[in-house]
Design a protein around this ligand. Structure first.
Ligand code: NAP
Ligand code: HSE
Length: 328
């Protein structure tokens, strides 16, 4: 049986999750795809860190070393920030690899460019994990956009913020204690600035904007509010009045085609559709012309929700690609 050779860039929360799921689901993936997968190499930054065992796999801090391995066909990317992630994925695509990314900071800026490069090279990009982790918003949007138009997207797009606001209300945690918990659970980034400043939700909103509207608003025109100024007292006060703070990301298209977007901290009551979205869950409501309003909800961060949608992307890509080859 043929074997797909893969590399994983980044071996933190998400990268290790991908490796674990590929091993745990090896037999099932082999049966359903008719192909085995072997992780040949893993890219990290700090060779001295303790990690799970990966027997037989090259673990390196040099991307060039991975590039030099002949026959790699799939690259999973779970590193942090715009660069060097964009550079590495461009190079992987140029070599004819399919790429699957969780990196929303990179993809919100370079997604279109990568898609163009991938089209030229006849390879695929999976990016379900960039937005709302375990919630299948990207595949759902792609599917419904074949027939529907989307007018408005509204949601909770950052798991860390929603988890913290929930813990502050229910457990009476202080802001920094709630953040520490979110870090330990693998929800918050190693540098949580983007999580708590609203930038993470903003980047995800921009990815949804590109997909739904084919463009993004000017970034500097988008108001972005985080949860950094919120205190335990404010959360508790609101709660005693039956209200909850929710960080809401929204984008809508006006009749003239222009886009209006914001990420705001809002105080909502029980009647609000996002009131009941708690903990690390995200939710996304899509207003469409034929379906009406569709809402998806589920875990918006975490090792296995994120890694599992990346492995789903892998399976979809291999299935699509091998069908294409058979058709040829
Ligand atoms: P993480 O635990 O901090 O892991 C990041 C990994 O990337 C580490 O192994 C790190 O190496 C490696 N790395 C970072 N910069 C690198 C560079 N320049 N060259 C080589 N390796 C580099 O982060 P994570 O939570 O797994 O997240 C990974 C990506 O997925 C991020 O883009 C994040 O936004 C996205 N994401 C995360 C979640 C989640 O729930 N955690 C969900 C969806 C998307 P060292 O280990 O040597 O430091
Ligand atoms: N840090 C991100 C969050 C991970 O909390 O939503 C998922 O993208």
């Amino acid at each position: 049986m043929a074997i797909i050779q893969a590399a994983i860039l980044g071996f933190g929360t998400v990268g290790q999750g991908i490796y674990q799921i590929l091993n745990e689901r090896k037999v099932q993936l082999k049966q359903s795809l008719g192909l085995d997968i072997e992780v040949k190499a893993i890219l990290i930054r700090d060779l001295a860190k303790n990690r799970i065992a990966t027997p037989g796999v090259l673990v390196t801090d040099s991307f060039q070393e991975i590039e030099a391995i002949p026959g790699i066909q799939v690259v999973f990317e779970a590193i942090v920030g715009e660069e060097p992630a964009f550079d590495y994925l461009s190079r992987a695509i140029q070599k004819g690899c399919h790429v699957i990314t969780a990196n929303k900071v990179m993809f919100s800026k370079y997604g279109l460019q990568l898609e163009e490069q991938a089209k030229v090279k006849g390879v695929h990009i999976g990016y379900e994990a960039t937005t709302a982790a375990g919630v299948p918003i990207i595949k759902t949007l792609k599917n419904l956009l074949q027939v529907n138009q989307v007018h408005k997207i509204q949601g909770i797009l950052n798991g860390t913020s929603n988890y913290m606001l929930t813990q502050m209300r229910i457990q009476q945690c202080l802001f920094l204690d709630a953040l520490q918990e979110a870090k330990l659970l693998g929800y918050a980034e190693a540098d949580p600035y983007n999580d708590i400043s609203g930038q993470d939700a903003f980047r995800k909103l921009m990815i949804l904007s590109t997909l739904a509207f084919g463009k993004q608003p000017e970034w500097q025109d988008v108001e972005v509010e985080g949860i950094t100024n919120i205190t335990l007292e404010e959360v508790q006060n609101a709660s005693s009045r039956g209200m909850r703070f929710k960080q809401i990301a929204e984008i809508s298209q006006e009749v003239d085609g222009s886009l209006h977007a914001f990420v705001r901290l809002k105080l909502v009551g029980q009647e609000h559709p996002l009131y009941a979205i708690e903990g690390v869950d995200n939710a996304i409501s899509l207003d469409t012309n034929y379906i009406g309003t569709l809402t998806l909800t589920g875990p918006g961060a975490g090792k296995f929700p994120t890694a599992s949608v990346m492995v789903e992307d892998y399976a979809d890509i291999i299935r699509k690609h091998t069908q294409f080859l058979v058709t040829l």
